[in-house]
Write a protein that binds this ligand. Sequence first.
Ligand code: PLP
Ligand code: SF4
Length: 295
Amino acid sequence: MKGRITPHLRARLDRPGIAAQYVRSPLEDALPAFDDPLMEDSHEPVRGLVHKYPNRALVKVSYRCAAHCRFCTRIRQIGDPAGTLKPADAKLLIRYLEAHPEIDDVILSGGDPLVTPAMTALLIRRIREIPSVKVLRIGTRLPLQEPDALNKKPQIALLDLIEETATRLPFHVLLHINHPDELTDASREAIRMLRTRRVTLLSQSVLLRAINDEADTLIDLFRELYHLGVIPYYLYRCDAVRGLERFLVDPERERSIYRSLRASLSGIACPLLVEDQAGGYGKQPLWDSDPSCAS
Ligand SMILES: *Cc1c(COP(=O)(O)O)cnc(C)c1O
Ligand code: SF4
């Protein structure tokens, strides 16, 4: 699959923390196919809905993102226009959520749900009427990839709907960001605007070799996010997608970085380092019981 990048990012490819996340490696061309290390495809009871953990469902609204991160766990699907849910899919998905009242927490993901505002809005309108759903989340990278897109009409309408929905139930916006170079003035402005929308802002990051595997880089990132009102939620060990091994960080290095983060950041500003799993046990905290990381 071809690479994809936005004008916002292209204009900033001189920043190492941006270029390294988006530039394709020739290594990828030799690969027959990317795999599915989290085995999501076998936990998809209806099209577009991953039900891996008992009380939570993840909805893949589309496989579209403004730009394609080379390390993406779902790189096998990203960019495929056939991945966008259709109204008929949404209907089945809503029926599934209604039939499974144990699901109280629904995560709109993809792809980037802000890139397909019409389908995302349709889903939010339906899902918020399901009494058993108590919390909504939406994952996005658009404020970092193309912040001006948040000022377009369809995105503003979607944000209005999100804000209105957030008066009824908790609504968390999860920003995917990996490097302080991504915090451009326009991105900071977009984050400040999101803060006015009644949502809780959280972040998710991936630990990536030769991109952000330095304690100082991550401390700068999480400190600034904290100052912007974003609570760092997860720092993921990079999933072992076949063909993307170049992004994996050595565990000893990972442990030492995490120890520095815990020592240097406010508790609220320090994300939990986790590894995602193929099985249904949830994200596993790493180095959690290591006394040198718990200070
Ligand atoms: C990450 C994830 C969730 C949410 O997990 P939390 O630990 O509650 O943030 C839900 N479903 C799937 C399939 C996930 O990958
Ligand atoms: S924005 Fe997220 S879903 Fe899209 S390519 Fe990047 S990591 Fe994957």
